[in-house]
Design a protein around this ligand. Structure first.
Ligand code: NAP
Length: 149
């Protein structure tokens, strides 16, 4: 691990250049940095970590629709590509969404995988529907906290 200068990525077809406000650090980040999960997430070095991003759009590649320079976005980046522990990151447009207006941009970097997990568990895996009441055991952690409010 080290801090280095790298070239600023350039907007490319289907991709969005983001000036990073913040990234997050999940347990899986630590595991990957320790060299595990190479089979699941093959990474070539040198690699910029940080698969969560919150930031501001500064460039749009050809074919990107629905986003404009200056928009603030969050996203769950592709884990095998360079991440957001940098000033700029290039992201596929399809992994980005608008930043929630109710929380600071930097805080929003903590949302992407944890909020996705908090959504997928009850709605996609357990099939919970509107009107049902459920008990979620252990919801006081990172994933559970994203469902508050
Ligand atoms: N965060 C993500 O992005 C993500 C993504 C994919 C999958 N997951 C999975 O989702 C689960 C939760 O992740 P997380 O990030 O929210 O973890 P976390 O921040 O460590 O939170 C875990 C929560 O579970 C509680 N807990 C632990 N053992 C318990 C027990 N025996 N009975 C009741 N509660 C218990 C903890 O309570 P205490 O604080 O009191 O110990 C804590 O509130 C994990 O299985 C993780 O692998 C998370």
């Amino acid at each position: 691990m080290g801090y280095e200068d790298v070239d600023r990525p350039q907007a490319a077809p289907g991709r969005v250049l983001i000036q990073v406000a913040a990234t997050a650090f999940n347990p899986l980040d630590a595991t990957m940095r320790a060299g595990y999960f190479q089979k699941e997430f093959p990474i070539r070095l040198p690699h910029t970590p940080g698969y969560d991003v919150a930031g501001t759009v500064t460039g749009l590649g050809e074919g990107v629709a629905g986003l404009a320079v200056g928009d603030t976005v969050i996203g769950f980046l592709l884990m095998t590509e360079d991440g957001a522990a940098a000033e700029f990151v290039l992201a596929p447009a399809g992994v980005l969404t608008a930043t929630p207006a109710s929380i600071p941009l930097t805080d929003a970097a903590a949302l992407p995988p944890s909020s996705l997990t908090a959504w997928q568990a009850p709605f996609e895996h357990a099939g919970v529907r509107a009107g049902q009441r459920v008990l979620i055991n252990g919801a006081g952690g990172g994933a559970g906290g994203t469902k508050r409010g």
